[in-house]
Design a protein around this ligand. Sequence first.
Ligand code: CO
Length: 134
Amino acid sequence: MLGRLNHVAIAVPDLQAAAATYRDTLGAAVTEAQALPEHGVTVVFVDLGNTKVELLEPLGENSPIAAFLVKNPAGGMHHVCYEVDDIVAARDRLVDCGARVLGDGEPKTGAHGKPVLFLHPKDFLGTLVELEQV
Ligand code: CO
């Protein structure tokens, strides 16, 4: 069921500083910041060739990463995103296995314009898991 690692998302309090760390200290290719108001984040993509890191800064009042940054003020790994071929089939299998899907359980359009779901971190080793249909 599980395909490639699509991205690792890191929540950060200061996106420009985080982008500079990846660009200048780590020597990575980073994009310009993109505001995604419908997702409550501003994002910088770090292209690693085989996968991506996404640096996420809260945007707006109801950002989904705001509470995470209260608990982790220096930032931290927020989620991992794995690719699946069929997100509804993946969801149904996971629900049958007793895993909890966040929200109403229906796929939403993610930051890359593709259907995504999030899985409860308590069911996956303390890690928030995003599934993206590719
Ligand atoms: Co993501």
